[in-house]
Design a protein. Sequence first.
Length: 481
Amino acid sequence: MTSDGLVTAHLRHVLEDSLADTSGERATDVPQLADADPDLFGIALATLDGHVHAVGDVDVRATLQSLSKPFAYALAVADLGVDEVRRHVDVEPSGEPFDAISISPTTDRPRNPMINAGALAATSLVRGADPDERAERVRALCSGLAGRELDVDEDAAAAELESGQRNRAIAHLLLAHGRLGVDDPEDAVRAYVRQCALLVDVRDLAVMAATLAGGGVNPLTGRRVLETWVVRHVLSVMLTCGMYDAAGDWVATVGLPAKSGISGGLMAAVPAELGVAAWSPRLDPHGRSVRGLAAVRRLSAEMDLHTLHVHRGGRPPVRSSTTLADSPSSRERGPEDAARLARDGHRSLVLALHGDVLFAAAERVVRAVEESQEGLEAVVVDLRAVDEVVPAAARLLRALPRALPGGGRRVFVVDPAGLLDGALSTQGSRDDGAGGDDDGGPVVVGDVDEALAAAEDRVLGRADAPRAQGDAEVDGGAPRP
Ligand code: GLU
């Protein structure tokens, strides 16, 4: 055995500590589960730059079972949109066993897509001419998430099709309540058992979780397999419903969107960080892997993975706040202009941002402009050290010219990477009806010196300030945070 790196050694430590726990029972639903070696145990952690740390029984494959539910649901949501899918399946924790033959009496829908009732409904909504095509689309998606082609365990699928009377009963109930996307309950069951029979190992599970953690981009292949808005919705449902009955305890103590399956697998996504997975066949009374649960609980605690843990209380998004008097352009000015800039240069703001510009950062910028209104002639917002601008922040920055008299020609955004435009063109972020405002948007330029010089021209009262080459003027619409 080659020696472990520090992170792999940590996983091994967690694995070895849990080996002594032999409590719980294997699932008996189909022979493939009942015959699994109960002592097997593997843990894996996949990073968003595509490295997988794995220890224990990492190469043994088992069926996905309920771990397929978030993915089939994601496909239904991608196909039909959140609203249409929610007409068939709700998103509330159920507090019931995963295979309860039940529909909520208040909403007349299955409570969520992580229990069998909601999962059967979701699978039946996936687009496809027949159950095989629907199942094949789920298989293809899961393969994209794992970064390799996954196979169906045909024996496991056949066995579950034969023994799945509870799922059949649920599918009939769904049909009776108008919550099935197909006319024949058997079609829903047929596609569902195939997705449950997809074969994965614990590394695959960690990579699948990491793909969700990465907003839908597989860290191994670099391919986008799901849109970010779909992932956000699916992770939300996994956070509150993924671990069956004990949802409140799970969120409070582990705090990760996760899913378990009765083959003994458990995966959890740490948004924007990594994916973790554990697999060991013995289950607790809720159908969750005993050792897998212990491992993910421990990793969450020891690696500070709880998604609601506030790691740093709001690092100031504005890295520096100066004026043109302190941050002049390199442009040669005649003695008269130089004297005027020396006198009036302070009637400006030069704000340099860094990191990710979330809504609160844009609010800080707007407030800085609003608070120094008196005599303010020009504003430069420098985004060169910014990694990302979220759409809500971009909308607010686009409306920034409205915060000072004179509008768009007085606000210059230095944005060589086109972050503002990129955020505004993100799906669902743009209100096309919001244009046509009297105020123009900011002048977006690629070069900071160009922006400073243009801002100086404004302070000097030059309305015909030359625009930097290739400037794009962003339309100034109403902010819709
Ligand atoms: N195939 C199983 C069933 O439908 C999946 C259950 C689970 O993994 O929780 O009963």
